[in-house]
Design a protein around this ligand. Structure first.
Ligand code: NAD
Ligand code: WQD
Length: 339
C-alpha cells in the first residue's frame, strides 16, 4: 500500500482535510501526519482519531530538519512508500513575517526545499502545495494568470515555493498549487476548527466577541473604495476547501497512474466577495457582534476575490457552502470549545 504524507496535518486546514480525505480514500492509502506542533496541539490527533475511527501515524518532525525528515521517508520505504505529499506546513502570520522575514523564509522556503529534496531522493513525484491568494495584487475576480505581487514576506515565501515547484515540474512528475482565498468555519460537529494562540484574522476575532472574551470587534477602516467602505474578501468554508484537496489529490492520483506529467495552479475561492460589515451582519443573526471602526491595518487591501472558473472547468470543483453556513459552523465550533 502507498502512503500520503500530510505535512502540517494537525493544523486548521490540514486536520479537516485529513478527515475528508480519509472518508474518500482512507482504505486505499496509508495517511501519515507530520507536524512540529509550532501552531497546533497534539490533542488534535485524538480528535481526528475520534472522527475517523482510526489512529493515524504522527511524526513530530520539523521540516527544517532534513535528517529527521528523511528518516520518515526511509521508515516507510518498503511497506508503505510515500508516493503523495500534501504540504500544509508553514508559518502564516503576515505581521510576524514582516517582523521576522528570515524566520519565514527559513521555515517555509527552506523547509519546503528539504521536503522536495527528500521526495526526489525517494522518488515521490506527486505534490500538492498550499499556496495563497496573497501571491496576487488586490482585485475583483482575480484569475490565475494575474501576476505575482505579494505585499509581505509571508506572501513572498509562497511565490518562491511556487517558482521552485514550477522548475521542478519541468523535470517530470505531478505538481499542483492551490491558492486559497480566506478559509473560515469548522466541521459540522464543532470538533475541528481554528484555534490560534493569538487571533490574526477576522473570524477568530469575531468568535472571541461572540463568546464574550472580547467586548467588540475593531473594523479596520471604513473608507475603502467599496460599497460600505470596509474591506471585501472571498471567504471560503474550510469544508469546501478540504473537499477541493480531495478532488485535487484524486487528479494527481489519476495522472500518476497514467504516468502523465502534470503541473497546474488553481484558485480555491467562491468568486463572491463579502465586506467586513456583511460578515458582522450575518454573524449578528446568531449572536450580537458589537464593533467599532478603527484605523486601516497596514498592508490591507480594499478587495481580493477569486475568479473560480478555471478550477471549475479543469478540476470540476466549486464551493457549495454560503456565508450563513460559514458563520453558523464558526459559532458552533467556538461555543463547543468554550464548554
Ligand atoms: P496552521 O498554522 O493551522 O497549520 C499549519 C501547521 O503546520 C501547524 O500545525 C504547524 O504546527 C505546522 N508547521 C508549521 N511549520 C512547520 C515545520 N517547520 N515543520 C513541521 N510542521 C510545521 O495553518 P492553516 O491555516 O491550517 O494553513 C495551512 C496552509 O495553508 C499553510 O501553508 C498556509 O500558509 C496556507 N494558507 C492558509 C490560509 C489561511 O487563511 N488559513 C490561507 C491561504 C493559505
Ligand atoms: C479580512 C478582512 C481586514 C480582523 C489573511 C492573509 C492572507 C491569507 C488569509 C494565508 C480585512 C478585516 C480583520 C479584524 C477587521 N492567509 N479585519 N478586523 O487579511 O484578507 O488575509 O488571511 O495565506 O495571506 O493576509 O484576512 O481575516 O485578516 O482580514 O476589520 O480584527 O477583515 O481588514 O478587510 P486577510 P483577515
Amino acid at each position: 500500500m502507498q502512503s500520503i504524507l500530510i505535512t502540517g496535518g494537525l493544523g486548521y486546514i490540514g486536520s479537516i482535510t485529513i478527515t475528508e480525505l480519509y472518508k474518500a480514500i482512507g482504505k486505499q492509502y496509508k495517511i501519515i501526519i507530520l507536524d512540529n506542533l509550532s501552531n497546533s496541539n497534539i490533542q488534535v490527533l485524538d480528535t481526528i482519531s475520534s472522527i475517523i475511527g482510526e489512529k493515524l501515524d504522527l511524526h513530530i518532525v520539523d521540516i527544517q530538519n532534513y535528517n529527521e525528515l528523511v528518516e520518515v521517508f526511509k521508515k516507510y520505504k518498503e511497506q508503505y512508500p510515500i508516493n503523495y505529499i500534501i504540504h500544509f506546513a508553514a508559518l502564516k502570520a503576515v505581521g510576524e513575517s514582516v517582523e521576522n522575514p528570515i524566520k519565514y523564509y527559513q521555515n517555509n522556503v527552506v523547509g519546503t526545499l528539504n521536503l522536495l529534496k527528500c521526495a526526489e531522493e525517494y522518488k515521490c513525484q506527486n505534490f500538492l502545495f498550499s499556496s495563497s491568494a496573497t501571491v496576487y495584487a488586490p482585485g475583483e475576480f482575480v484569475d490565475e494568470e494575474a501576476s505575482f505581487k505579494p505585499s509581505n514576506p509571508y506572501g513572498e515565501t509562497k511565490v518562491a515555493i511556487e517558482y521552485l515547484i514550477r522548475s521542478l515540474s519541468k523535470k517530470g512528475g505531478r505538481y499542483l498549487c492551490l491558492r486559497y482565498f480566506n478559509p473560515v468555519g469548522a466541521t459540522k460537529d464543532g470538533k475541528l476548527g481554528e484555534m490560534p494562540n493569538k487571533p490574526n484574522n477576522l473570524f477568530p476575532y469575531i468568535e472571541q466577541v461572540a463568546i464574550g472574551n472580547l467586548q467588540q470587534l475593531y473594523v479596520f477602516g471604513n473608507d475603502y473604495n467599496t460599497p460600505d467602505g470596509t474591506g471585501i474578501r472571498d471567504y471560503i468554508h474550510v469544508l469546501d476547501l478540504a473537499e477541493a484537496h480531495v478532488v485535487a489529490l484524486q487528479e494527481l492520483i489519476k495522472k500518476d497512474q497514467m504516468n502523465e506529467n502534470y503541473y497546474d495552479y488553481f484558485n480555491i475561492g467562491t468568486g463572491k466577495g463579502f465586506s467586513v460589515l456583511d460578515i458582522v451582519n450575518e454573524y449578528s443573526k446568531l449572536v450580537p457582534i458589537k464593533y467599532q471602526f478603527t484605523n486601516k491595518r497596514g498592508g490591507d487591501v480594499a478587495i481580493l476575490v477569486a475568479n473560480p472558473n478555471k478550477t471549475k472547468d479543469k478540476l470540476g470543483w466549486i464551493a457549495k457552502r454560503g456565508l450563513q453556513e460559514m458563520c453558523q459552523d464558526s459559532y458552533n465550533f467556538i461555543k463547543s470549545k468554550q464548554q
